[in-house]
Design a protein. Structure first.
Length: 1221
């Protein structure tokens, strides 16, 4: 059977007490003794710091995928009336989540929690079908209501609700016969519904041989100077500690003189003070009592071993675990004669009347003064302890589940369609239940609450989907492969070759004809000519997605939202430019269980854009080319040496650069021809590009274009009649023509960026240098790059290949052919695809992230603000590892730890220790040249990569200070190469990193803008209002802007300037503000220029900026790669103008560009914009449309989630891709 264990008893504060020890120990014993049963641990995400320790505790005895975490919006503790709706919602979420795991029974270890903490337990609030059992420790509050319930009506209501839940349990597991009797007598539960499963002490509670030095060190640490009587446990009234102190005071002076009474464990300060006052009242000296405070398990075991005796005077226990632990350590124990303690102790002559100080004192004296009696009790304790075993308790529990629930093993439907339908119905029922709770509660949730709720539901769905989809695929798969397959189209070729390869491997392959827009009937002539393919297609009418083991698609655009198989993949997926449509990312993450990529380039792009489903690099089969026999009757004209280019001539194919490089390298006098095989399409401008190249290069060499459709045989003949293939693509997903050329014996020239590099290596091809530039494709994606081939380098390589002897040319193509035939045959690719499918089908859980974010924080620093905005939009708590500062702008929250100093002195060892102590497994580091000593920083990175920690560094600049040679970035290259990702903000940054050898782990990640709803304001003056924003620093061009406003006024423009520019904490800023105020005064601009140099909250700044007609950023020369301030301007929705500097390249599509940086150029640009804005010119409308799209793509809410997904993908990616071996 499938048993789900609710582990919250090991997550709340109870983890430091008996309930936590009981929960963990019995769960581990059940796992050890589970036999054929399946056990799943359910953890609450409301206690994130406890998840990894619990995982570690079960490491090696339970698969990690059997540990599941559910999430709910917090806080939910019932003591706060404002949490009512959250608690009720969380109860439904928890029950729905556990029910989705399809358990035969759910067991709750700690039902009676949640009043003072965020524990959530309930029975039958949403799921009324799954059997639920609960542990009953005791009914102490119910039986002693005057102490526990009556004083606190709210707690009484909470407790009685829990009692009602217990009564709904299918089975109740008592920890002692005493607690079992309580359940029968006071709850009216049937005797056969209550099972005594007992409890035990952990194995590490045993007699120890402590050295003298070890014992002395421990005693000194706790201030123990004499033989001592030990008590360990809680502090509530039933523990009877005041009476114990009064009884201890009755001991003879001789005994007290040589002994101390030690209380081990964490106790509230006010309670300790009350006990000390009690001791003083009865004449005890302060040094006769010792309060240790919190003790670890190891320390507790040692204290048990070192004490002379253990006393446990509690007048009501469910079991009394501390007494058993002490006996297990070989100590003499006396305990109360009530509730469960007699059955634990197993000997009447050591039982005391807990209500009689005399009885307690008498037994204490007897044990302390009678050595023989004490030794006898020590022997008895060891024998008695052997009667209690966690393994025996676990076996009793499992037998009780089997017997009482008439279950033996899990019976689970294999009907995927039925399973998925039920899952959807349950989810809709949960949403309906949540809506009803929110509707009937007076305390309505805020927007933040709803976001947390949505995030929790999304995380749970991810967990549930992975669980219900998880399966072990059969040896022979039924594989439904969907997409086009009936033409020469590249996707059709991939799909049919993959289908044939899978079929040859013995799998049942189903071919379904469809494309991005929808299904279509394949070409009948093609089916007649390809009977094997036709047979695979026919199967599609008999085998649906739901009936297949796997459904995989390769089609364009990549439609995935209607895939309904248990396992849904994209196979052999290709992409080229670095950006990727966000709606596709969202769909992939929501509907797919995996993607196999054509190249490592494609896989990296998927990760960089936030695709978090499992990814694998497959490569592409190429040996179908070997089956094609070239058409000997097909011949081409041309000169003695023929370069070949085969492509669609889309802009990304680089044909415009090729034609110019060809004209640069050769003339009409050279015995050379460039043959371009292409086809007409809207993006193909081959003749315009050729005309432009001929105009630039006189005496242009021969070019032949072929636009006719060629058969496969004719195309192969074309390859064989040429001498080199040249493909300076700006971006490729794989580059099949390059492989075809190598197989045909041609040397290949291609760009040194893209998917072709998996087989176009320096040994197999000639690689053209490049510069990364914004991609210019019909997608119009922001922040998307491709590689602009270096025309000069391309021309020199073409000339080199032309002049190379035949033997040298064929050597590279031969090495390329060998590589392709070794790793890129269709059978090999199909095997890798099946292997990946088997891995994906196990639905491996993402590694839980513990993110540490190294940054400045709560300071007047752009990096601190940037970090704050991103962290606020990451859907989990982040530990902020902040730099110390003397100029803090706000109080730090509980997730902030200041643990390093910016500058050259900090060796970062303390930062490293904090990372280790908090179990951080993912580091996001904000890099600024002044933050770290480079030597220390390099060592820091190396050490954390050795520990297996994911390291992501955000470089906020790539131009180091010229006057500081020890701050050159190339000094960090060895360390930076080991990082999982280096994130930069502009293409210029990427190109600078490329020059120092940093390429493979670098990605573009933009600055963001805050989520801000632009304010519609009523204009109170007729003047055209210009605004500026950002810190008041020299390179911001603010003095120049004031002068530009003066020029505007001189030319009759009725303008005013509002400067919202905060003082930066450096002398230069203070002096510049003074200069600006003096200039305003000297120019007579006091009535039209206002300067606000206060550091304002974002909301206030944005409101002020929203009142302007135009926001201007008149920056002067700067080494910064991007501007954070300009994004605040864009966030307002107002028109933004900037000076023509590279710092604004990344926002160029959303802003107006001024003609220059001088006051005159700034004034001229603003004057022109005033005219355009006031006339509502078409240019303004188009620019604002672009700006609106830019804002949507750059909101921190979008970027924060993308970064979180990138980190998740990096932490969980399969690092054993075949291509990397």
């Amino acid at each position: 059977m499938r048993i789900v264990l609710d582990m919250q008893g090991a997550q709340t504060e109870s983890r430091f007490r008996g309930i936590g020890r009981y929960t963990l120990s019995l769960a581990k014993a059940m796992v050890r003794n589970r036999g054929e049963h399946e056990i799943i641990l359910a953890l609450s995400g409301l206690f994130p710091e406890t998840i990894e320790p619990i995982r570690a505790a079960f490491d090696g005895i339970l698969p990690q995928e059997n540990i599941r975490v559910w999430y709910a919006p917090g806080p939910v503790c019932e003591s706060d009336p404002g949490n009512v709706w959250r608690r009720e919602v969380a109860e439904r979420i928890r029950e729905a989540f556990l029910a989705s795991l399809k358990p035969d029974i759910v067991h709750i270890f700690s039902l009676f929690e949640g009043f003072w903490n965020d524990s959530i337990t309930s029975i039958g609030q949403f799921d009324q079908n799954t059997p639920v059992s609960a542990t009953l420790y005791d009914l102490i509050p119910l039986l002693n209501a005057e102490y526990y319930l009556s004083p606190d009506p709210a707690y009484e209501q909470h407790y009685l609700r829990k009692i009602a839940h217990v009564k709904r349990a299918s089975l109740v597991l008592a920890i002692s016969e005493s607690s079992r009797r309580e359940g029968i007598d006071h709850l009216g539960l049937p005797a056969d519904k209550l099972i005594n499963v007992s409890t035990a002490a952990d194995e590490h509670f045993r007699p120890l041989s402590l050295s003298v030095d070890e014992a002395r060190a421990l005693l000194i640490y706790f201030g123990i100077t004499k033989s001592f009587v030990l008590y360990a446990g809680g502090t509530d009234p039933r523990k009877n500690l005041p009476r114990l102190i009064r009884a201890y005071a009755q001991l003879s002076p001789e005994i007290r003189k040589t002994h101390q009474l030690v209380f081990a464990g964490k106790m509230p300060v006010e309670y300790v003070n009350a006990l000390l006052q009690q001791a003083k009242t009865v004449g005890l000296q302060l040094d006769e009592l010792i309060f240790t405070g919190y003790v670890s398990d190891d320390e507790l075991v040692k204290l048990y071993n070192l004490c002379k005796m253990f006393v446990f005077p509690s007048w009501h226990e469910g079991f009394g675990l501390p007494a058993l632990e002490a006996m297990s350590c070989g100590r003499a124990v006396i305990a109360a004669n009530t509730s469960s303690l007699p059955e634990v102790i197993g000997r009447e002559d050591v039982l005391i009347d807990p209500h009689s100080e005399g009885s307690i004192a008498e037994k204490l004296a007897q044990v302390l003064s009678n050595d023989a009696f004490r030794c006898e009790l020590e022997r008895h304790g060891l024998e008695q302890a052997k009667k209690f075993s966690w393994d025996e308790s676990a076996k009793v529990v499992l037998k009780a589940f089997e017997r009482n629930l008439r279950l033996s093993k899990a019976v689970e439907t294999t009907d995927w369609a039925k399973t998925y339908k039920q899952y959807k119905q349950d989810y809709h029922a949960l949403i309906k239940a949540i809506a009803q709770i929110i509707q009937r509660n007076d305390n309505k949730p805020h927007e933040t609450d709803l976001k947390l709720l949505a995030s929790a539901l999304a995380k749970n769905l991810e967990q549930i989907e992975g669980f219900i989809r998880k399966t072990i695929l059969p040896e022979k798969l039924t594989w439904r492969l969907e997409g086009p397959f009936d033409s020469s189209y590249s996707l059709a070729l991939l799909n049919r070759e993959m289908a044939l390869a899978l079929d040859k491997l013995g799998h049942c392959v189903v071919l379904h004809s469809t494309e991005g827009p929808g299904d279509f009937a394949p070409d009948t002539k093609f089916l007649e000519a390809n009977p094997v393919i036709a047979n695979l297609y026919t199967r599609a009418f008999a085998i649906t997605q739901e009936e297949a083991d796997v459904t995989s698609r390769n089609l364009y655009p990549p439609r995935v939202s209607d895939m309904n198989c248990r396992m849904n993949f994209l196979h052999n997926y290709a992409w080229e430019e670095s950006g990727f449509p966000q709606n596709w990312v969202d769909d992939f993450n929501a509907y797919l269980q995996g993607i196999t990529c054509l190249s490592s380039h494609v896989k990296k792009l998927m990760i960089d854009n936030g695709v978090i489903v499992p990814l694998a690099t497959m490569g592409c089969g190429v040996d179908h080319w070997e089956r094609i026999k070239s058409d000997s009757g097909y011949t081409i004209k041309g000169r003695s040496f023929r370069f070949l280019h085969v492509s669609s001539c889309f802009p990304r194919k680089g044909v415009d650069v090729l034609l110019k490089a060809y004209g640069q390298a050769f003339t009409q006098k050279d015995d050379v021809t460039l043959i371009i095989k292409t086809f007409p399409n809207p993006h193909n401008e081959i003749y315009r590009w050729l005309s432009e190249a001929k105009q630039e290069y006189t005496n242009y060499p021969e070019v032949i274009t072929i636009e006719d459709d060629l058969t496969e045989e004719q195309l192969k003949a074309l390859y064989e009649q040429c001498h080199a293939l040249v493909g300076p693509s700006r971006a490729e997903g794989f580059g099949l023509p390059f492989a075809e050329a190598m197989l045909s014996g041609l040397p290949v020239i291609t760009t040194n960026w893209g998917g072709q590099l998996d087989f176009c290596t320096p040994e197999t091809a000639s690689l053209v240098d490049y510069t990364l530039t914004p991609a210019d494709t019909h997608f119009g994606l922001f922040n998307s790059l491709w590689a602009e081939p270096d025309q000069n380098h391309l021309a020199s390589i073409m000339r080199e290949i032309f002049e190379m002897d035949t033997q040298a040319r064929t050597a590279r193509s031969k090495r390329g052919r060998e590589l392709l035939m070794e790793k890129f045959k269709w059978q090999d690719v199909a095997k890798r695809l099946v292997e990946s499918a088997r891995h994906f089908s196990l639905c491996p859980q993402p590694k839980p992230l513990r993110i540490g974010w190294v940054t400045t924080w709560n300071t007047k620093c752009g990096i601190a603000t940037y970090s704050e905005h991103l962290i606020n939009n990451i859907p989990q708590e982040v530990m902020v590892l902040a730099a110390h500062t003397s100029q803090q702008t706000a109080q730090d929250a509980s997730n902030v730890c200041r643990c390093w100093h910016a500058g050259e002195e900090d060796d970062l060892k303390y930062l490293a220790s904090i990372i280790q102590q908090n179990g951080i497994n993912t580091l996001v580091i904000q890099f600024n040249y002044g933050f770290f000593n480079f030597d220390y920083f390099s060592r820091f990175i190396a050490e954390h990569k050795k520990l297996g920690i994911t390291v992501v560094i955000m470089l906020h600049g790539t131009i180091g200070p010229a006057h500081l040679p020890y701050k050159h970035l190339d000094l960090l290259v060895p360390a930076l190469k080991t990082c999982d990702r280096l994130l930069v903000h502009t293409p210029a940054d990427m190109n600078r990193l490329k020059k120092i050898g940093l390429i493979d782990n670098v990605a573009l990640f933009p600055h963001g803008i805050i989520n801000w709803s632009p304010v519609n304001y009523e204009k109170t003056v007729n003047k055209f209002t210009i605004a500026s924003y950002g810190f008041f620093l020299p390179h911001k061009g603010l003095i120049e802007l004031i002068e530009a406003v003066n020029i505007l006024l001189d030319h009759g423009n009725d303008v005013k300037l509002t400067m919202i520019n905060a003082e930066y904490p450096v002398p230069e800023s203070t002096m510049l503000i003074r200069e600006a105020r003096e200039k305003v005064k000297s120019m007579g601009l006091s009535d039209v220029v206002s300067i606000n140099s206060d550091f304002l909250p974002d909301k206030e700044s944005l409101n002020l900026l929203s009142e302007s007609d135009l926001i201007v950023f008149p920056y002067q020369k700067t080494s910064e790669s991007s501007s954070a301030a300009v994004r605040y301007g864009l966030a307002t929705g107002r028109p933004v103008a900037v000076t023509p500097l590279s710092i604004f390249d990344d926002v160029s599509r959303a802003v107006f560009k001024l003609p220059g940086c001088s006051p005159r150029h700034i004034a001229e640009g603003i004057a022109e914009l005033i005219k355009l804005l006031q006339s509502n010119d078409e240019k303004v409308r188009l620019k604002q449309e672009q700006a609106n799209k830019w804002r949507e793509a750059h909101r921190y809410s979008m970027l924060g989630l993308r970064l979180y997904n990138v980190i998740t993908a990096l932490s969980n990616q399969n690092k054993d891709d075949w291509i990397c071996k």
